[in-house]
Design a protein around this ligand. Structure first.
Ligand code: ZN
Length: 244
């Protein structure tokens, strides 16, 4: 099986559309999304509609939860919460209900586990070895799987866990080793934060036991123009261009 795993689409329809186009060159059997379909950018309904039309399984991100009114906005910084207020105003009732219906995690057979922030907590980041180690323990003991994909930081990275130690890896290709566990972040598709403004995602090829990180170019100028036109913060437009 070949899986494409995406995360943090954040209402960026240009990036989402370019991702689907890129699959013509990199065909997959199934797509899984790690949450945050909305927030920051200006096309939340269009992104949700496309994901629903294509029937792509998706976990609930913290922005999805806030936009659906499940969590309140007090935990968010102003830039994020203003965008969520705007998003709440434009989302259709049907799409709000869809966001509210998303699960906190998805277990894809015996292949992998999928979460937004970290295992058992969508709001918690995995940043560095200590966080990774805590999640490896949860993955092993609670879930009984050796691979978990997570998002939330918008930074592509993989962590290898073996014998209570953790190794961080920034390589574009990860060859999976028997007996090791992996935490993989595909990066942000709709808002990158590793100083490369292109969208980011991964393909997991189970037959080859290989995970590949891919980048996708999209029409950032169009996304930026929509942010400004919608009256969202120009800082959101600026960061998109910088990939930060
Ligand atoms: Zn996000």
């Amino acid at each position: 099986m070949r899986y494409a795993i995406i995360s943090d689409v954040h209402a960026n329809i240009e990036a989402l559309t370019s991702f689907f186009e890129s699959l013509e060159k990199h065909p997959v059997d199934k797509i899984v999304c790690l949450g945050d379909l909305v927030g920051y950018n200006a096309n939340p309904n269009e992104c949700i509609d496309l994901m629903r039309e294509k029937n792509i399984p998706c976990v609930m991100g913290n922005h999805d939860s806030m936009a659906a009114g499940i969590e309140d906005l007090s935990e968010f910084n102003l830039l994020a919460s203003d965008a969520i207020e705007w998003t709440r105003g434009v989302l259709t009732e049907e799409n709000k209900a869809f966001l509210a219906s998303l699960p906190d995690s998805i277990r894809v057979g015996r292949a992998f586990y999928a979460v937004h922030g970290s295992i058992n907590d969508k709001d918690r980041y995995i940043y560095g070895a200590a966080d990774a180690l805590r999640n490896f323990k949860l993955l092993d003991k609670v879930k009984g799987l050796s691979i978990c994909f997570f998002g939330h930081t918008h930074v592509p990275i993989s962590y290898l866990g073996a014998n209570e130690s953790v190794r961080m890896n920034l390589d574009n290709t990860v060859k999976l080793k028997k007996g090791a566990s992996y935490l993989i972040n595909p990066g942000g598709l709709g808002q990158s934060r590793d100083k490369d403004p292109r969208g980011s995602y991964v393909i997991y090829d189970t037959k080859k036991s290989e995970i590949t990180f891919l980048r996708v170019e999209y029409d950032i100028d169009a996304t930026v123009a929509k942010i400004i036109e919608a009256g969202l913060s120009p800082r959101l437009a600026e960061r998109l261009k910088l990939g930060w």
